[in-house]
Write a protein that binds this ligand. Sequence first.
Ligand code: NDP
Length: 284
Amino acid sequence: MSSAIINGKEIGQQIRESIAQRVETLKQNGLTPGLAVVLVGDNPASKTYVANKQKSCEAIGMFSELVKLDAATTQEELVAEIEKLNGRDDIHGILVQLPLPKQIDEDAIIAAIDPAKDVDGFSPVSVGKMMLGQETYLPCTPFGVMKLLEYTGIDVAGKHAVIVGRSHIVGKPMGQLLLQKDATVTYTHSKTNDLPSYTKQADIIIAAVGRPNFITAEHVKEGAVVIDVGINRDENNKLVGDVDFASVDGIASHITPVPGGVGPMTITMLLYNTVQAAEIASAQ
Ligand code: NDP
């Protein structure tokens, strides 16, 4: 029997409809939620991501502004732009598209974003609050994965979740969010010996590796939930995840497809965080 598909497009759409209602309520009270997207340079993938984020904002009635800067922008110039955005009342969320050109220290830029507008949840303040379980903006991709599990009715409490990957934007926060919901969490990474011996014990596998079709049948226990965060191009330039779908299908109880799984949730949670930031601003 095939594994059940966790449809991120559908779940994302449901969540977006409820966000659109919240946007409408804010607008009736005279406030339009605003997201500033900062793009430095001409990276084609970044341009596509930024265009998608803007389109999604506009589709649910939010205001979005693109701050497009030259590839030669200095760190000081970028910090100055962010400070301007920090001070603007019509901008509730600020997103700096990564990666940045190499003359700019990404950590310094992220730290310059006002934590009240850090809708990506990457700043040290947001990460610290997340670790402490305090109210904050959660990083969009792992937050989106938690929503996928919740909407699919998968209770993670007491389950063994094995995360493959430990990046700041996906793997690490993913483990924290699962831990907060009482999962038992194991982190694995490129220095892990005998990866399948860990993933084979998992009730939930989160693949955030960045390698096409990396997770195969040998990694997956019968009945495990497999969440594929990866977005890669294979040798035929086809969009594929970190999980070899065909190999794992029928072994996993549930699986996310690529595309149409985690991807749509990332932008959805960005919209979610931005409307929340606007609601907080409107209550002040
Ligand atoms: P990074 O490259 O930052 O991190 C990859 C992680 O995988 C690292 O921790 C690395 O370990 C680990 N890794 C690499 N090789 C192996 C291996 N052989 N065995 C076990 N672990 C390994 O990637 P990201 O976390 O940013 O992204 C991961 C994937 O998710 C990418 O495909 C990316 O495109 C996608 N992505 C998708 C998003 C979405 O919206 N769906 C959003 C963000 C990312 P080590 O730390 O030891 O180097």
